[in-house]
Design a protein around this ligand. Structure first.
Ligand code: ADP
Length: 765
């Protein structure tokens, strides 16, 4: 029985329990569904799973509008993070807890809500989150209203860090707390005598007025405002106002204002803003710079004198062409881009180019083609081309960059230089620092220095090509150093130098040292001109100059000599009473000197004719031996006077073509000298020699120092001789003129003190 009783009791208990449970469920159901509180179920992602009437009423969204949507829709943005955090807390097993959040309604009103988060279990596991939410906005306001009078509130009011004030609808402060006084720098008394607009900076007055107007006229009784106040010590501070409008029976009564000093925050914000602006400025600047750089490099490419082109790696079609390229190929780039070499060059040449391109792209290495001829509308040009593969990050060829320099002119100049170098009469050589040894020499160098070849030339030390001293007594090695340094400093240096040939012979030269650059190295190029001939000519010119002067002074002297006795004899005749004999003597002296002067003038005229090439001869066949005999007869008086014996060995010679009178003049002149400078013995001979006749006139006299000058006008030999013997020094000069006009030759052989032999050679025809 006990057992059945027990069983019965248990059954009863279970029934009551179930009944109560059902009752509870019903109660819950009614309460939850119709609750004035919002009851919402959401999953871990915040997706709304249940939305009751209370939720509809608080938030204004219907169940239909919210199911399946995110709960964040009704949560103020600044609480999103917290809402997500709360979901996680529940998920991780935190039991029921309460929070306060600011939420928003369908018509975007902010409301204060107290929320209870609770986990929802299924089979012992948390699966969803339930929240029960209560709108406390009205409550909050009324509590605060109430608090105004409460002692507790008073103490909060007094001790708050935040400025708290009550402001009338007219904008006058009715109550301020110490924090606000501290913030503004005014005493409570001062503030209570002012309105907030008096502290507001002018720029923010309009904004402030609008804000309070909106509160008074709008349906919302609270709001937030950021603005600036001027403190008593004239500092501008930023404040954040939370303002609640208090109404009584719907009529606005006063504002409760919380004032927070946010100057520091603003400062940070401004700094951030400035920093951001600065960053933006930098970015903008850099962008501009990059653009500039781009246009800079573009303009470099465009204006470089070398042809620059880019071909795509696949089809080798032109993608880019600069101006130099257009000029070289004589084509506008519009016609070039998108086309390949086959559009512009004969197939053979295009094949050649294309092969090279492919090779570059395949090898991925730069290819340097030192010389490559191409046909252009301007004719064939020679290019120095570099082909460079452009690879992507993976190392695959993207395109081919080509840089071509037109070296046609340079090459031509080089060729020209080369041929000049080879054929120049000047020796051209290079010297290399720092030893300044020769490193090259052209063919003229080899010839000039009389050396075997270039190899031998450069193997010798430079000082082997100069004598030890230069004519100015400087050591060649020292002076050479100076000359080299000057050329290096000034770019070039031209000077005279005495060089030495490899056979030991010295020769005068002009040397031009020029600084040149080749392959990045500096050399000196020396151009050496052998001026031996030039020096000789100069020497001659100098001599002829001296002779001209001597000639002039000689003429004056010679003309004066006969004039002096003529003048004195005439004076004598005029001034003195002379007898007949004296008169005749005087006149004879004058006549003799007049004849002499006449001869002299005749001779001078003759010489000037010879010199001017206006000397005429009249050739006729004549017997030379006969002419020589005539000369001996003509001079017989002088021969006798000088006690001279003459032998004449007349050779068997044909008649020759000559101006008989002139040749007679020559023979008389030579013979006259032989008698004059001789010592009593003269031998004459004639003989045929080839196509000429050779006359020899030999004496045993004083002899002549071997000197061609005796054929120059007025030259009268050594001073002692000319002082001792009479003469004009014109004779031999005229002789030479006459003989040379006959295409013959005159010369002599002599030994001082032993005698002289004159030779005259005249062609037969
Ligand atoms: P001139 O006899 O009037 O002085 P020339 O022209 O005939 O002039 O001769 C030039 C010079 O040459 C002479 O002054 C003399 O010094 C030299 N000379 C010419 N013939 C002889 C000779 N047979 N022996 C030595 N000296 C001579």
């Amino acid at each position: 029985m006990v057992k059945s009783e027990r069983e019965g009791l248990a059954q009863e208990e279970a029934r009551i329990y179930l009944e109560k449970l059902e009752e509870k469920l019903e109660y819950y159901k009614q309460n939850v569904i119709n609750s004035s509180d919002a009851v919402i179920i959401q999953d871990f992602n915040g997706i709304v799973k249940a939305w009751n009437k209370g939720a509809e009423r608080i938030y204004g969204f219907t169940e239909k509008e919210m199911l399946g949507k995110s709960i964040l829709k009704v949560i103020a943005r600044e609480y999103h993070a917290e809402a997500k955090k709360n979901i996680n807390l529940i998920k991780q097993g935190k039991p029921t807890f309460k929070v306060k959040q600011i939420r928003k309604t369908k018509d975007n009103q902010k409301i204060f809500v107290n929320i209870t988060y609770s986990p929802i279990y299924e089979k012992g596991e948390i699966v969803e989150i339930g929240t029960s939410e209560e709108d406390v906005s009205e409550l909050k306001k009324s509590i605060e209203k109430l608090k105004g009078s409460e002692e507790k509130f008073r103490s909060i009011f007094e001790h708050s860090e935040i400025g708290v004030s009550i402001v009338g609808i007219d904008g006058k402060w009715l109550e301020v707390n110490p924090a606000l006084c501290k913030m503004t720098g005014y005493s409570k008394k001062e503030l209570l005598s002012k309105g907030y607009l008096q502290l507001t900076i002018p720029e923010d007055i309009e904004k402030t007025k609008n804000f309070s107007k909106r509160l008074i006229n709008g349906k919302k009784d609270y709001g937030y405002l950021e603005k600036r106040y001027i403190t008593k010590d004239k500092k501008i501070i930023w404040v954040y106002l939370s303002v609640t409008l208090i109404r009584e029976a719907h009529a606005p009564k006063y504002f409760v204002v919380h004032t927070e000093n946010i100057t520091e925050r603003k400062k940070v914000e401004t700094e951030l803003k400035m920093y951001k602006e600065h960053l933006e400025f930098l970015v903008k600047n850099r962008t501009l710079e990059l653009e500039k750089e781009k246009s800079f490099s573009e303009s470099v490419i465009e204006n470089i004198p070398n042809m620059i082109f880019v071909k795509d790696a696949k089809e080798l079609k032109f993608e880019l062409f600069n101006r130099a390229g257009e000029k070289l190929l004589g084509q506008k780039r519009e016609n070039l881009i998108g086309k390949s070499d086959y559009n512009f060059f004969p197939k053979k040449q295009a094949d050649f180019f294309t092969n090279k391109d492919r090779h570059v792209l395949k090898s991925k290495k730069l290819l340097d083609i030192p010389e490559e001829p191409i046909k252009t509308p301007r004719g064939e040009r020679l290019l120095h081309t570099k082909k460079i593969p452009i690879l992507n990050k993976q190392g695959k060829p993207l395109s081919l960059l080509g840089i071509s320099e037109d070296i046609t002119e340079r090459k031509e100049a080089e060729e020209k230089y080369k041929s000049l170098y080879e054929s120049s009469a000047d020796a051209i050589m290079t010297l290399e620092p720092p030893s300044w040894k020769f490193t090259s020499g052209n063919p003229a160098t080899i010839k000039m220095f009389k050396i075997k070849n270039e190899k031998e030339f450069i193997s010798k030390a430079p000082w082997e090509y100069s004598p030890k001293y230069q004519p100015d007594k400087q050591l060649s090695s020292e002076k050479a150093k100076k000359m080299i340094m000057r050329a290096m400093e000034e770019g070039s240096n031209l000077f005279e130098w005495t060089h030495k040939r490899f056979n030991g012979e010295n020769f005068p030269a002009t040397v031009l040292l020029s600084r040149i650059k080749r392959d990045g190295k500096t050399y000196l190029q020396a151009t050496v001109r052998d001026i031996t001939e030039q020096k000789k000519m100069e020497e001659k010119a100098k001599e002829s100059d001296i002779m001209k002067t001597e000639f002039l002074s000689a003429i004056s002297h010679e003309l004066r000599t006969p004039i002096t006795p003529i003048k004195s004899q005439i004076q004598r005749l005029l001034s003195t009473e002379l007898d007949k004999k004296e008169q005749i003597d005087s006149l004879e002296i004058a006549l003799r000197n007049t004849i002499r002067m006449d001869r002299l003038i005749q001779d001078l005229l003759e010489i000037s004719r010879i010199k001017a090439g206006k000397f005429n001869i009249f050739k006729k066949k004549a017997d030379l031996n006969k002419t020589i005999n005539e000369a001996i007869i003509d001079l017989s008086g002088f021969i006798k006077e000088k006690n001279t014996s003459i032998t004449f060995e007349a050779g068997k010679i044909p008649e020759i073509n000559m101006d008989r009178d002139r040749i007679l003049e020559v023979i008389i002149n030579i013979l006259d000298n032989s008698i004059k400078f001789g010592k009593g013995k003269i031998s004459i001979s004639t003989k045929k020699e080839g196509n000429s006749i050779l006359i020899k006139i030999k004496d045993n006299g004083i002899g002549i120092i071997q000197n061609e000058k005796i054929f120059s006008p007025f030259y009268r030999g050594e001073k002692i001789d000319s002082q001792k013997y009479e003469g004009t020094g014109l004779g031999l000069s005229i002789c030479r003129g006459i003989i040379e006009t006959h295409n013959g030759k005159i010369w002599f052989d002599s030994k001082r003190g032993e005698g002289t032999t004159f030779f005259v050679k005249i062609p037969i025809k």
